[in-house]
Design a protein around this ligand. Structure first.
Ligand code: NAD
Length: 473
């Protein structure tokens, strides 16, 4: 049983002022594996004050100084990769391939931020003006549970690359992972106050950070509902805000696609991160003329996809992170049935033979209309909807008929045609015939999937403000 009773403020591990204890679970067994003492609003204020004190000196560091710090952070987080991997499996339940990717992504994303910093032009000319890109101030970084270390490291590395200092509010459900990342970042030996990590409740610590007049910028990844609350809270002090929110991404399978590759691609895109992925391709759009063929292959592929113990090498889908998340997925499966969608594979309850653990059956509904709740709302579990279309125009119309616009996928036998369809989709990122991640590309959403972009120079600029100076001779 782990007891985590420290947060990180001003370069030191300290006991929180907050005194609420929160249980941590192993989602594969439903057992309590630890407890974390949560920070409160007073802790958030102390963390913000430390970041504010550190800002004037840190914002004047040189590119070379910050590159050296980022390299120390990268190396320290990389040195803890195996420990982090174990925490990801225990506390989050990600299966083998995914958990290894997540554990290594945490340091790779720091390297990616360093590379952007190495080549970024902080000064440019605009007519007679010299334009200097200047760091915003203290950044509040609020992250979810579905990729704890990756989000903490990615947001922090970018904020520091820009010259901002930071207060991080990770999910309270990820405290084991956060402790390892915090220890690693501490070992990197950054100046006190440059980053502070306060695990606490969103409506307490997150809300304090979002409303604080001493925080200049919020970068948030999480649900659309909370994103809107943060935007409202930040309005009073006109905070700069980057919001990475939910999605209901279309997987557009064109009529010339080779289903032998399209079906496995759709299954991987739909079930990535056990379905708990903002970019999951949860609406599969197939031509009506080839529906039966696609259904048969999809049913076979999904039936062969194992949902269960993350420590079992054959497992592709691990448990949902919490009982609440499990219940939420079950509710959507019932909703799909009650709205008249037809179950192709899966359904309510745990996978065959499982008595414990928040695992769900990989589920696909067919005969789904795009106006059904299961096609409109983000389920955040391995539940996919198959929707048919008559022609390319209708496929594009259905794909774009959503409040979201984070991601989209197109599969076609002709990459040029795939790219033409991709150009018509309202989404921050579109992948054609691939699931490859491009860390240099901007990441973020259209419509209610968010505001702003992360990654690459676009991500760095989200922490910078242009200052124009005209100096008369
Ligand atoms: P969430 O919105 O409930 O919580 C995210 C974070 O915000 C947590 O740290 C939480 O404690 C905090 N929070 C909650 N209420 C707050 C408030 N009032 N003020 C400030 N902070 C508050 O989301 P979650 O359940 O942790 O994560 C799942 C959601 O995240 C999904 O909707 C998913 O789509 C989204 N997500 C988006 C991306 C992306 O990049 N677009 C990536 C991963 C997850």
């Amino acid at each position: 049983m782990e007891r985590i009773d420290q947060i990180y403020i001003d370069g030191a591990f300290v006991t929180p002022h907050g005194d609420e204890w929160f249980n941590l679970f192993n989602p594969a067994t439903e057992e309590v594996i630890g407890q974390v003492r949560l920070a409160d609003a007073e802790d958030a204020r102390r963390a913000i004050a430390a970041a504010r004190r550190a800002f004037p000196a840190f914002s004047r560091t040189t590119r070379a100084d910050r590159l050296a710090m980022l390299e120390r952070m990268r190396a320290a987080v990389a040195a803890h990769e195996d420990e982090l991997l174990e925490a990801i499996v225990r506390e989050y339940g990600a299966p083998a391939a995914r958990s290894r990717w997540m554990a290594s992504y945490a340091h790779q994303v720091i390297a990616a931020a360093a590379e952007v910093l190495a080549h970024y032009d902080f000064e440019r000319q605009a007519g007679t003006a010299r334009v200097v890109m200047q760091p915003l101030g203290v950044a509040g970084l609020i992250t979810p549970w579905n990729s704890d270390a990756g989000f903490i490291c990615g947001k922090l590395a970018t904020a520091l690359a820009a010259g901002c200092t930071a207060v991080i509010k990770p999910s309270e459900m990820s405290a084991l992972q956060t402790r390892i990342v915090t220890q690693a970042l501490h070992e990197a030996g950054l100046p006190p106050g440059v980053f502070n990590i306060v695990t606490g409740r969103g409506e307490v610590v997150g809300a304090e950070i979002s409303a604080s007049p001493d925080v200049a910028k919020i970068s948030f990844t999480g649900s659309t509902t909370v994103g809107k609350a943060i935007l409202r809270a930040g309005a009073e002090t006109l905070k700069r805000v980057t919001l990475e929110l939910g999605g209901k991404s279309p997987m557009v399978v064109l009529d010339d696609a080779d289903f032998a590759t399209a079906v496995p691609l759709a299954v991987q895109a739909g079930f990535m991160n056990s379905g708990q992925a903002c970019i999951a391709g949860t609406r599969i759009l197939v031509p009506a003329s080839r529906k039966a063929e696609f259904e048969a292959l999809l049913a076979r592929e999904v039936s062969a996809t194992k949902s269960g113990d993350p420590r079992d090498a054959d497992t592709a889908i691990g448990p949902m992170v919490s009982a609440k998340q499990w219940e939420r997925v079950q509710r959507y499966i019932r909703l799909g049935l009650s709205e008249g969608a037809r179950l192709l594979v899966g359904g309510e309850g745990r996978p065959e033979g499982m008595k414990r653990g928040w695992c769900v059956k990989p589920t696909v509904f067919t005969d789904v209309r795009n106006d059904m709740t299961i096609a409109r709302e983000e389920i955040f579990g391995p539940v996919l909807s198959l929707i048919t279309y008559r022609d390319e125009d209708e496929a594009v119309a259905i794909a774009n008929d959503t409040l979201y616009g984070l991601h989209a996928y197109v599969v076609s036998g002709d990459p040029q045609r795939g790219a033409r369809v991709a150009a018509r989709l309202e989404a921050g990122r579109v992948l054609v015939n691939t699931l490859a991640h491009e860390p240099k590309a901007p990441f973020g959403g259209f419509k209610q999937s968010g505001i702003g972009r992360e990654n690459g120079p676009y991500g760095l600029e989200a922490y910078l403000e242009p200052k124009a100076m005209v100096v008369a001779a």
